[in-house]
Write a protein that binds this ligand. Structure first.
Ligand SMILES: Cc1cc2nc3c(=O)[nH]c(=O)nc-3n(C[C@H](O)[C@H](O)[C@H](O)COP(=O)(O)OP(=O)(O)OC[C@H]3O[C@@H](n4cnc5c(N)ncnc54)[C@H](O)[C@@H]3O)c2cc1C
Length: 288
């Protein structure tokens, strides 16, 4: 449980971190909260020769809300999001998701940027980020690149972030209108990771019917995904029990479901159907 030897660099600015990463494209890794990378290094699943710790850079941990946009710095911890009174008010899905990650130590050190960049298929953030149609802002020596949530997650532990890019910020359009949100998960009892996790953001029109829906699912497949079939089936319905159950039934259509020692494919499919239904019901009840 001792990592291989590595050098440890502590840039004071993001520009410095970007330059250091560019100097060591093949053998350096960014260190954020360390709650995924350090365990992987201890197990020798990752053996970077250089760690670039971005934890000492000022102004990478923030929650801002202006001009109809929520902006969250990549180094913002799960706990900072969980405890944000501002977010509880304007986008409660974010604190609700954060509060269900791991345990208090994990939430105190782990960061939203680290979790998204790591892209664990059972991580909680990807579901919420997809449901909210967030955008990720990455920086590199070439400048800034904005990546939509739907394009960000490529496969298990793989994102569209390119070598040399650092995730700087997550942007979310501040929800408006009669919206309701919910995050529900079945947690793996040992780690807390999602066996199945479902994030829902929906809005009702003036007639009370579902106007728009965003549904992100994690834990079920090799990467988090948008349940497009469920979203389409909800739009225009009264969000009553029957229409929600009918929409929920298609949550794994076209998805290659993971099976492992803890949960078979069949069980994960069952959990996904049940939890997407429950999360939609909760979000619909909150959309006043
Ligand atoms: C016991 C335990 C239980 C956990 N339970 C859960 C859980 O229930 N749900 C859940 O979602 N997660 C869980 N986690 C994971 C936790 O949320 C981690 O914090 C998270 O996955 C990684 O964030 P980090 O800041 O620690 O990143 P790090 O471990 O520092 O980095 C992770 C990876 O992302 C890269 N990286 C980090 N930041 C950036 C950046 N800004 N730009 C580019 N690349 C970057 C690193 O190079 C590394 O490859 C758990 C972890 C532990 C140890």
């Amino acid at each position: 449980m001792i990592p291989a030897q590595f050098d440890y660099l502590t840039p004071k600015t993001l520009d410095e971190a970007v330059a250091l990463l560019a100097q060591h494209p093949d053998d350096a890794k960014i260190l954020a909260g360390g709650h995924s990378l350090i365990p992987a290094m201890k197990l020798r699943l990752a053996t970077p020769q250089i760690l670039i710790d971005i934890g000492r850079i000022q102004n990478l941990a923030y929650i801002n809300d202006s001009g109809g946009q929520i902006r969250i710095g990549a180094m913002t911890t799960h706990y900072q999001i969980e405890s944000s009174a501002k977010l509880k008010d304007i986008c409660p899905l974010l604190p609700e998701t954060a509060g269900q990650i791991g345990d208090v130590q994990v939430r105190n050190k782990g960061t939203i940027g680290g979790s998204l960049a790591h892209a664990d298929p059972a991580a909680d953030w990807p579901a919420a980020i997809i449901a909210l149609r967030a955008e990720m802002v990455a920086v590199s020596p070439k400048g800034e690149r904005v990546i939509k949530a739907d394009d960000f997650f490529v496969d298990m532990l793989t994102t569209t972030l390119q070598p040399g890019e650092i995730l700087r910020e997550i942007r979310i359009a501040a929800p408006t209108g009669r919206f309701g949100q919910a995050y529900m998960k079945v947690a793996q009892p040992a780690s807390g990771f999602a066996v199945t996790g479902v994030a829902v953001h929906l809005t009702r029109g003036g007639d009370g019917k579902c106007q728009a829906a965003g549904i992100g699912v994690t834990g079920v497949a090799s990467k988090a995904y948008r349940a497009t079939g469920v979203e389409n089936a909800l739009i225009g319905t009264a969000l009553d029990a029957q229409s929600i159950a009918k929409a929920a039934a298609v949550v794994t259509d076209g998805v290659s479901i993971n099976g492992d020692l803890y949960a078979s494919e069949q069980y994960r499919h069952h959990l996904a159907v049940v939890y997407v239904r429950r999360a939609i019901e909760a979000a619909a009840a909150r959309a006043k």
